[in-house]
Ligand binder design. Structure first.
Ligand code: ZN
Length: 410
């Protein structure tokens, strides 16, 4: 499982010969993929590809080749809450420990075939995702490409950790900002420090109504963040699970709704109209419920899971663009495939889940010209798995080859 010594530089050419190729949109038999340096040179029918010069042939009999998978919602700086509660991770773990863990998480993620992550917030670890991303890009540590949110933005008082003694001036899980001037400043600060996108919390469980999510920012506040981010070419994503939180986020022009537990006909129609994508994070909801004592398959589903399933299935039925993202970190890094299995279990076709985790995520996140497809000119981010995940989604776990930027890691 160590970083393979096959090629530490991306100068080598490879002719990859799998059983079948999923190019990000369709499945093809008898295709081969030619890689030179860090790019895909060509992909297509074996007879039509004529490699010139020196190259290494890799036979991948019985295997399916796919574009490197794109995790849409990760937190590399968190680890499962049944190991350590979120509050304790944020308040009691040193930043050095959190980063050390993130280094391990990054490697596990890459070796599982996830060559890109959209990492949606450091949860109290400041701008440590910026340094983590730089370390991966410099080749110091193995890990996925990172699209990062840095600190994320919350309305004052809405986010944790929270203690009942109000004299405690706590470290926060995200940056607090309110009103136009403060939100403009915070958005620009995060962009200046390295954010590829801005994440806002459009609702959260706050105040005395314990456990119940309620909207946080006003529509005007959300619009301001979107306008400031857009002026530098960046997207905004929103944590939103209430109907009103989702509505405001969509109307403000955010690009993806994270969680979206309480979607309904009106909300999903609005998402289609505004080209807002939906990242359901089914696995995080199931993991959290299980940490709270739910025994899946034995005990009846908790209300939160019933609601989430209904929301996801309605979005699917209505044709909302569905991103793949599980909120991994709540459950173990490297187990990203869990969300793909959950999406199938909740009714999505395996081939559509594969699209979601490759071309759809790449397009929705704004990286469709570089990753997410097996296509001439794109980065050589490739995964080969035993079997055929379009028939059995769990085959996605059987990674036989992982290549990122033309370098073989597995
Ligand atoms: Zn999250």
């Amino acid at each position: 499982m160590a970083v393979a010594g096959i090629a530490q530089s991306a100068d080598t050419s490879y002719l990859l010969k799998p059983e079948r190729v999923f190019d990000g949109e369709n499945m093809h038999n008898n295709w081969v993929v030619l890689v030179k340096g860090n790019k895909i040179i060509s992909a297509g029918e074996a007879a039509s590809i004529k490699p010139g010069g020196l190259f290494i042939t890799i036979e991948l009999k019985g295997k399916t080749m796919l574009p490197g998978l794109i995790e849409g919602h990760s937190h590399l700086l968190l680890h499962p809450y049944n190991e350590t509660k979120w509050d304790d991770q944020v308040m009691n773990e040193s930043r050095a420990e959190r980063v050390a863990r993130a280094v391990v998480h990054a490697k596990k993620t890459l070796l599982a075939g996830f060559t890109t992550v959209r990492d949606l917030g450091t949860e109290g670890a400041g701008y440590d995702d910026v340094g983590l991303k730089a370390s991966i890009e410099k080749g110091i540590i193995p890990g996925p490409r990172m699209i990062i949110a840095t600190r994320a933005i919350v309305a004052t008082g809405s986010y944790g950790p929270k203690l009942n003694n109000l004299d405690n001036d706590l470290v926060r899980g995200a940056a607090q900002a309110d009103g136009m001037d403060a939100l403009i400043k915070e958005t620009r600060t995060q962009i200046g420090n390295g954010a590829d996108l801005i994440k806002v919390y459009a609702d959260y469980r706050w105040g005395l109504h314990k456990g119940i999510s309620e909207p946080t920012f006003t529509l005007e506040e959300l619009k301001t963040v979107v306008a400031v981010a857009a002026s530098s070419g960046r997207k905004v994503v929103a944590h939103a699970s209430t109907e009103e939180g989702m509505r405001r986020a969509i109307l403000a022009g955010i690009s993806t709704i994270e969680h979206g537990d309480n979607g309904n006909d009106e909300i999903f129609d609005l998402m289609i109209k505004n080209k807002t994508a939906y990242c359901a994070t089914l696995s995080a909801a199931e993991a959290t419920a299980q940490y709270d004592g739910w025994k899946k398959g034995t005990l009846p589903e908790p209300q939160r899971i019933v609601t989430k399933r209904k929301s996801f299935q309605l979005a699917l039925q209505k044709g909302v663009t569905i991103c793949f993202g599980g909120d991994v970190g709540v459950y173990p890094h490297g187990d990203n495939a869990r969300e793909m299995e959950a999406m199938v279990e909740y009714g999505m076709k395996p081939i559509d889940v594969l699209k979601s985790a490759t071309s759809v995520n790449a397009d929705v996140f704004g990286y469709g010209d570089t990753i997410g497809r097996i296509k001439k000119g794109l980065f050589a981010d490739l995964v080969a798995v035993d079997g055929n995940p379009a028939e059995n989604i769990s085959d996605i776990r059987k990674t036989a080859l992982v290549m990122k930027n033309g370098i073989i890691y597995k």
